[in-house]
Design a protein around this ligand. Structure first.
Ligand SMILES: *Cc1c(COP(=O)(O)O)cnc(C)c1O
Length: 379
């Protein structure tokens, strides 16, 4: 089955009691039993809810996995994965990843005795070098935020298998339209469904997908025991979002392509970070593992001052200044003062995240209007 057909039909069955084509929002906390233990698979809505069940089936299908689990946020999904581990275990993470993931690892889990290593994963050999007897998990995010670096999922998966270590890939930036980490050998895929899966900036939610039934049992146990489950209305919103993922992503990619090239040719722009340029350092891997290059990118200005960046950031009209990404509307963000402000300036600049770096989540408006908006703002 092709992608578009899959996204529209994934997890969708007419409601058995009425034939409703759209999955009903089962806004209920509990389910009545005929006699103790005599129920239809639903007892209490933290453990199971029919709207969530439909979504979880859809989540599995869109990542070519056997199982899907939905969480109340992307970080709640990440939290569940780390709860598979024990004190003393080690995790190899990336050195350029979502700030909230770094905060969860370093500020919450480290004090429970789990050790996190942050390394450059654009070279898979670095991952292999970092593995010790205590390594239990590799956490890979690709493309990375905000510099759009690419890690080779298949190469890292092969290393993980060889050393009997789990690999979880944060696939939020790419979405299942652009890449499917389970097909490349990853054990788990994580999504912030808040972004491209939901697609309309109206819901916070997370997802995990996997093929191994033992892993699914452990993660389901954590989901119901820790309780970070999404409500039925939010499950409905993500189910609805998934149905248009392919048409939205197609436009995100087309607009992304045009805007990346416009920026690259602009005389006031210094660098553009977008994985679709043939001279991007990881272009060959991006081309191999992704179907297209998406609508996320960053750029720096020749006048690399915070003042100049601030001027641009406050002058766009169609690009709204806000955190988050993946919605139909375009967003503009300033990592140095917003998402990555907690990183010391020197450290930040050493990693290429300069004062004027601006991140774009290119939406699905008409590209000409978006280019006019940026052109006016950059000046
Ligand atoms: C937003 C985001 C998360 C966290 O997801 P929430 O839904 O905000 O909890 C994790 N990883 C990436 C890459 C993200 O962009």
């Amino acid at each position: 089955m092709k992608l578009g057909t899959k996204f529209i039909h994934a997890g969708a069955e007419p409601d058995p009691s009425t034939g409703a084509i759209m999955t009903p929002i089962y806004q209920t906390s509990t389910f009545v039993q005929a006699a103790p233990g005599q129920h239809k698979g639903y007892e209490y809505a933290r453990s199971q809810n029919p709207t969530r069940t439909a979504l979880e089936a859809a989540l599995a299908e869109i990542e070519n996995g056997k199982y899907g689990l939905a969480f109340s946020s992307g970080v709640a999904a990440t939290d569940a994965v780390i709860k598979l581990l024990e004190p003393g275990d080690e995790v190899i993470a990336g050195n350029d990843m979502y700030g909230g993931t770094y905060r969860l690892f370093s500020k919450v889990f480290q004090k429970f005795g789990i050790k996190f290593l942050y390394i450059d994963q654009t070279d898979a050999a670095n991952v292999e070098k970092a593995i010790t007897e205590r390594t239990k998990l590799i956490w890979t995010e690709t493309p990375t935020n905000p510099l759009m670096n690419i890690a080779d999922i298949a190469a890292i998966a092969a290393i993980a298998k060889q050393h009997n270590v789990l690999l979880c890939v944060d696939n939020t930036f790419a979405s299942p339209y652009l890449q499917n980490p389970l097909d490349l050998g990853a054990d788990m895929v994580m999504h912030s469904s808040t972004k491209y899966l939901g697609g309309h900036s109206d819901v916070i939610q997370g997802a995990l997908m996997m093929n191994d039934s033992g892993l699914r049992e452990k993660l389901y146990f954590i989901q119901k025991s820790c309780g970070a489950v999404p409500g039925p209305m939010d499950c409905f919103l993500v189910l609805r979002g998934i149905k248009t993922l392919h048409v939205r992503m197609q436009r995100h990619c087309e607009n992304g392509h045009q805007i990346a090239h416009f920026l690259r040719n602009h005389p006031a722009v210094q660098n553009v970070y977008w994985c679709g340029f043939e001279d991007h350092p990881n272009y060959a891997i991006a081309k191999k593992q992704m179907r297209d290059f998406g609508g996320m990118m960053s750029f720096t200005l020749k006048d690399d001052s915070i003042e100049n960046a601030t001027r641009v950031l406050s002058s766009t009209k169609l690009f709204s200044l806000a955190e988050s990404l993946g919605g139909v509307e375009s967003l503009i963000n300033h990592p140095a003062s917003m998402t990555h402000a907690s990183i010391p300036r020197e450290e930040r600049i050493k990693n290429g995240l300069t004062d004027s770096l601006i991140r774009l989540s290119v939406g699905i408006e008409d590209a000409e209007d978006l280019i006019d908006d940026l052109n006016r703002a950059i000046g």
